[in-house]
Design a protein around this ligand. Structure first.
Ligand code: DAH
Length: 341
C-alpha cells in the first residue's frame, strides 16, 4: 500500500499543469471526491492496525502535496492572466489631448494694436480704472457743467462724486504728461465704464486704446501718417482712410477717422451701411489747455492724440455682429479665434 502511495506521489509530482485545462484535469484526477487520493481512503481498513497511523500520515502528505501543487499552479495561472490583460493596453496609442483654451478675440486685437504701434516707437502705458474728476474730465478741458460730461454716462461713487469709474482711457494721457516731460510717445490700452444698457451695439464695460505723441513740431501730418499706417497694418494694405471734422474738448482740431470698408472694398454693404466707409476712431491735435494743465509749455510743444474702441476694431476685423458675444464666453464663438494671427 505504501508503495502505491509513493507511486502516486511521484505521479502527482510529475504531472504537467501547463494549461487551465490541465489544472482542471489535475483537480479531478487527484483531489475531487472521486479522485485517486480519496479512493485510497477505503483501503485503511485493510491495513494492519499498527500501520494505520503511518498509512494515514502518508495519505495526508500526498494530499497536502497535491493541494499545494494545485494552488500554486492556480495562482500562477491567475497572475499570467492579469499580465495578459495588462498587455492588452496599447501603449503606442496617441493620448487623448487635453483641450487648450484659446486667446480671447479682444486680447488678440489688443495685442495686434500694441504690436503695430510698438514697431513705430510707441511705449505701452497704464493708468487707474477708478479715477478722479480732474484726470477723467477737468484736465482734459471739460468745463464744469459742460454737457460733454453727461454725454459720457459716468458711474460716480455716490458718497464722493469726485471719484468715478473712468469713462475713457484719455485719463492716462493726463497722468503720463504729469509725470513725464516730452518727448512722449505712448499707447494706453485699458478697460472703461459707462452707464449704458447692454445691447448688441453697447455695453457698460468695454475697452479702448488711447494714443499720445507730444514733442516739438508734431503736426497733423504726423497724425494722419501714423493712423494711415495703422489702418493698413490692421485692415490690409489697400485700406484708405478719411478724416471727418468733429469735436472733443481735449483736441483742437478734432476729427473722426473712417476706413474704406474692407468687406465690400468701398462698394457698399451692410457693415458700412452702403456708404463704403466705417468709423474706427476719434483723434486730433492736443488742445493747448490740456498741455498747460499738465505743466507742459504749449508754445514749445505740440501733440496729437487718438482713441479707439477695441471691441469696435475687433467687430470690424472679424465681422462680429453682436457685442455681447465677447462676454458670453460661449466656446463655440471663442474657439473660432484659435488659429487667427
Ligand atoms: N476719449 C474719446 C472717447 O472716449 C476718444 C478719443 C477721441 C480719444 C479723440 C482721443 C482723441 O485721445 O484725441 O470717445
Amino acid at each position: 500500500m505504501l508503495t502505491k502511495i509513493a507511486e502516486l506521489l511521484e505521479e502527482v509530482k510529475n504531472y504537467p499543469i501547463n494549461s487551465a485545462e490541465a489544472l482542471k484535469d489535475f483537480h479531478l484526477k487527484y483531489l475531487s471526491k472521486k479522485g485517486e487520493i480519496s479512493n485510497l481512503m477505503p483501503f485503511i481498513k485493510e491495513v494492519a492496525p499498527e500501520d494505520r497511523k503511518t498509512f494515514g500520515q502518508k495519505i495526508n502528505e500526498l494530499k497536502n502535496f497535491a493541494e499545494d501543487k494545485f494552488k500554486n499552479a492556480q495562482t500562477e495561472q491567475e497572475q499570467a492572466a492579469d499580465a495578459g490583460a495588462a498587455a492588452e493596453f496599447d501603449l503606442t496609442l496617441p493620448i487623448i489631448p487635453n483641450e487648450l483654451g484659446t486667446v480671447h478675440p479682444l486680447t488678440l486685437t489688443r495685442q495686434r494694436i500694441i504690436e503695430i504701434f510698438e514697431r513705430i516707437g510707441f511705449n505701452v502705458e497704464d493708468g487707474p480704472e477708478i479715477e478722479d474728476d480732474w484726470h477723467n474730465f477737468t484736465a482734459l478741458n471739460f468745463p464744469p457743467n459742460h454737457p460733454a460730461r453727461e454725454m459720457q454716462d459716468t458711474f460716480f461713487i455716490e458718497k464722493n462724486p469726485d471719484i468715478l469709474l473712468r469713462t475713457h482711457t484719455s485719463n492716462v494721457q493726463i497722468r503720463l504728461m504729469e509725470r513725464q516731460k516730452p518727448p512722449i510717445r505712448a499707447i494706453m490700452p485699458g478697460r472703461v465704464f459707462r452707464n449704458e444698457a447692454i445691447t448688441a451695439r453697447a455695453h457698460c464695460i468695454f475697452h479702448q486704446v488711447e494714443g499720445l505723441y507730444v514733442d516739438e513740431n508734431v503736426s497733423l501730418v504726423d497724425l494722419k501718417q501714423t493712423l494711415f499706417h495703422f489702418a493698413k497694418e490692421m485692415f490690409g494694405k489697400d485700406t484708405k482712410i478719411r478724416f471727418r471734422s468733429s469735436f472733443f474738448p481735449f483736441t483742437e482740431v478734432s476729427a473722426e477717422v473712417d476706413i474704406s470698408c474692407f468687406i465690400c472694398k468701398g462698394k457698399g454693404c451692410n457693415v458700412c451701411k452702403q456708404t463704403g466707409w466705417v468709423e474706427i476712431l476719434g483723434c486730433g491735435m492736443v488742445d493747448p489747455n490740456v498741455l498747460e494743465s499738465c505743466g507742459i509749455d504749449s508754445n514749445r510743444y505740440t501733440g496729437f492724440a487718438f482713441g479707439m474702441g477695441i471691441e469696435r476694431i475687433a467687430m470690424l476685423k472679424y465681422n462680429i455682429r453682436d457685442l455681447r458675444l465677447f462676454t458670453e464666453n460661449d466656446v463655440r464663438f471663442l474657439r473660432q479665434f484659435a488659429n487667427v494671427v
